[in-house]
Design a protein around this ligand. Structure first.
Ligand code: CTP
Length: 402
């Protein structure tokens, strides 16, 4: 860990005294700290004690001309390897969740290009409040790492979750986050497709597939978290794009193929999108009117390009090409056939029959099919499927067995 540094944001709370101890714990591990003390934080610990322990000037004011001359707030936000907020108050969390930047701490949090680790500390009711829990969810979605809060008796006399994690626990989490910085997939370029495609019939109608995009987004997130430079080509979905992922939004299969080709070359490509196999032969420029209420209307459909097969067999084929197979019967047999037919290296196969709840749900039971083997994973959260897949990708790209 030697040579690493954190930007420590000390919020206002009785737990702020533990942040002084945190600075010492980090120093013991070879991690230096530079601190921002919020106005509320300075009610609990003094700038002098923070400065004495960090051995650095303490930053407090967004509009300090001297501070800005020495180190601008943008530079401050990026100067460290990791931003640590301890104690993370309900207010600081709400500010970041909503993108406020009205003081030095919130501005640095918004301007940083580094990962953020939060150690919340607050009254149990404040922690459990739906507003705080909403913010935690948003922040986690944005890639913020949380440590704690722990259960226990609080300074206010109440009992429950809300106590800031102990300095050693936070220091452990800091070390973990710093070791991921170099990431198993750093230097790797990844492409992920996700969501459905929509194939227009006219300006107001389209044909499409069911797809929430959750599994694809979780894979893109996991690849990015492992350090891969990740582009996510997504059809229309209601999801917040993961942090540090480049999002290219598309509507139709042909747009998806063009977007994917524009991203090549990449090292690994994962095709999770539920691409519409057909599109209406003619997409009318104006709304098709129903001329006769009783007559039926034929729809002429033509095949869309197969994006996975095209890229698998193309000149710029990625080193590792991974397809998905959403099946409702004979899952493994169909998936094995797809592996051969589409020329990819792996197929992640799952049963999406209605009783499984996979479609639109948060959990998934998948089989990883390679040319040599079938590996059945237990039922997992879609995020865990993403993490495991990213680990397997890293092992394979680094020359270990698939
Ligand atoms: N796929 C693709 N382009 C298409 C169709 C599918 O890239 N036009 C990809 C999907 O993203 C997935 C894999 O191919 O990774 C398998 O998709 P699936 O819909 O299961 O396969 P199909 O070829 O459409 O076969 P079928 O619908 O007959 O099961």
């Amino acid at each position: 860990m030697r040579g690493n540094s954190v930007l420590l944001i000390i919020g206002g709370g009785i737990a702020a005294y533990k942040s002084l101890e945190l600075v010492r714990r980090l120093k013991e591990r070879g991690i230096s700290s530079r601190a921002i003390l919020t106005a509320a934080g300075s009610q609990f610990v003094t700038p002098l004690s923070v400065s004495a322990l960090t051995g650095e000037k303490v930053f407090e004011d967004l509009f300090s001309l001297t501070d800005e001359a020495e180190m601008g707030h943008i530079q401050l936000s990026r100067s460290a390897d990791l931003v640590v907020v301890a104690p993370a108050t309900a207010d600081l969390m709400a500010k970041l969740a909503h993108g406020h930047a009205n003081d030095l701490a919130s501005t640095a949090l918004l301007a940083t290009d580094k990962r953020v680790l939060m150690a919340p500390a607050m009254n149990v009711r404040m922690w459990n409040h739906p507003a705080t829990q909403r913010n935690v969810k948003t922040l986690k979605n944005d890639g913020v790492i949380f440590v704690g809060p722990n259960d226990g008796e609080m300074a206010c006399g109440e009992f429950g979750p809300g106590r800031m994690a102990e300095p050693d626990e936070i220091a452990d989490a800091v070390e973990r986050a710093l070791s991921e910085k170099g990431g198993a997939l750093s230097g790797v370029k990844a492409l992920v497709t996700a969501g459905p495609t929509q194939e227009p019939l006219d300006p107001v109608r389209f044909i499409s597939n069911h797809s929430s995009g959750k599994q694809g987004y979780a894979i893109a997130r996991a690849l990015a978290e492992a350090g891969a430079e990740t582009t996510l080509v997504s059809g229309p979905v209601e999801l917040v794009p993961p942090a540090r992922v480049k999002l290219l939004k598309v509507q139709s299969a042909r747009e998806m193929l063009a977007a994917c080709e524009s991203v090549l070359p990449v090292d690994v490509a994962v095709f999770t999108a539920a691409v519409a196999d057909w599109r209406p032969e003619i997409a009318a420029n104006s709304k098709i009117k129903k001329t006769d209420e009783t007559s039926s209307r034929a729809l002429n459909l033509i095949h869309n390009p197969d994006i996975l097969a095209t890229i698998s067999r193309g000149k710029k084929r990625p080193q590792l090409v991974i397809g998905f197979a959403a099946e409702t019967d004979d899952v493994i047999a169909h998936a094995k056939a797809k592996l051969v037919k589409k020329g990819c290296d792996w197929i992640v196969a799952n049963d999406v029959s209605p009783h499984t709840g996979v479609m639109g749900g948060d959990r998934n039971t998948v089989h990883l099919i390679t040319a040599k083997a079938v590996e059945s994973w237990p039922e997992l959260d879609k995020r865990e499927v993403g993490t495991r897949l990213a680990e397997r990708v890293a092992q394979t790209l680094h020359g270990q067995a698939a």
